[in-house]
Design a protein around this ligand. Structure first.
Ligand code: NAI
Length: 259
């Protein structure tokens, strides 16, 4: 029998880049990684929001720096990814989290524009961030990619076709890159959050949220962003080295529930 293999359950000392980290699940992800001792690159199109989250983290004596990054800009993506790696001395983990709400009917005016923007921010950006990060990930001893999709990738809600297509694309990208990058030891996984209390769901009234969650989820409530962030961190542990190509709902049992 081989000796028992000790595998680390900490991301301390690793560098993580989180997109869309000024709010919601991205902010929670930045906070959770920093609390575990990672160096955190807090990036967001809202540069001031990113600064504020980095300040929350450094105020606790933890390590973070902020970058303004519009993930739909290929030039910004390349420049920021390389700068993060230069400033922290490498890059180990990418969390593709930035997203926007896209809600309109297939025959609404402006559908083409909304479709293009939704795919640019929530699908094309994922591959661009990954391509920019790859040279750095290939030098890492614990290279990890986590893509944030949605339960809208697995089932559908009316008026969300562009959003749903982007998120379904993320699951395809995840599986495909898991296979392609596996020989480099890079793991690629995807989380599909269900209904989570964040900036994106702010406009939904508390009453509507409660009714929806009781009807649709097993746990009968909306999730908190930290509950998704901890799954993201789990996927990035050195101990998670044999988990790749997985598409994991973190949805309070929404996908499991029929009635
Ligand atoms: P949020 O609105 O609280 O945060 C999204 C962040 O992304 C914001 O800080 C925003 O400034 C940033 N962002 C938007 N466009 C960007 C761009 N072009 N470049 C860089 N950053 C940009 O929303 P939430 O809920 O935390 O969303 C995080 C991810 O989770 C998104 O991909 C979203 O689609 C997904 N999701 C959210 C669910 C929910 O119920 N809240 C459910 C399923 C998936």
């Amino acid at each position: 029998m081989p000796d028992f293999k000790e595998l680390s359950r900490s991301v301390a000392g690793l560098t993580v880049l989180v997109t869309g980290a000024a709010s919601g699940m991205g902010r929670a992800t930045a906070r959770v990684f920093a609390a575990d001792g990672a160096n955190v690159a807090v990036t967001d199109v809202a540069g001031e929001g990113a600064q504020a989250v980095a300040a929350e983290i450094t105020a606790k004596g933890q390590i973070a720096k902020a970058w303004a990054l519009d993930v739909a800009s290929p030039d910004e993506v390349r420049a920021v990814v390389d700068d993060v790696a230069a400033q922290f001395g490498g890059l180990d983990i990418v969390v593709n989290n930035a997203g926007i709400s896209v809600r309109l009917a297939i025959d609404d005016d402006g559908y083409d524009e909304a479709w293009a923007k939704g795919l640019a921010v929530m699908l094309t950006a994922h591959q661009r961030v990954i391509r920019a990060a790859l040279p750095h990930l290939r030098k890492s001893k614990c290279p990890r990619i986590v893509n944030i999709a949605s339960t809208e990738a697995l089932g559908a809600t009316a008026l969300h076709s562009a959003y749903s297509v982007a998120k379904a694309g993320v699951t395809g990208l995840t599986r495909s890159l898991a296979v392609e990058l596996g020989r480099d030891g890079i793991t690629v996984n995807c989380i599909c959050p269900g209904p989570i209390t964040t900036g994106m769901t702010d406009r939904i009234s508390a009453e509507h949220k409660a009714v929806y969650a009781r009807r649709r989820t097993a746990l009968g409530r909306y999730g908190d962003p930290e509950e998704v962030a901890h799954m993201t961190l789990s996927l990035c542990l050195p101990a998670a080295s044999f988990l790749t190509g997985a598409v994991i709902p973190v949805d309070g049992g929404l996908m499991a529930r029929n009635a």
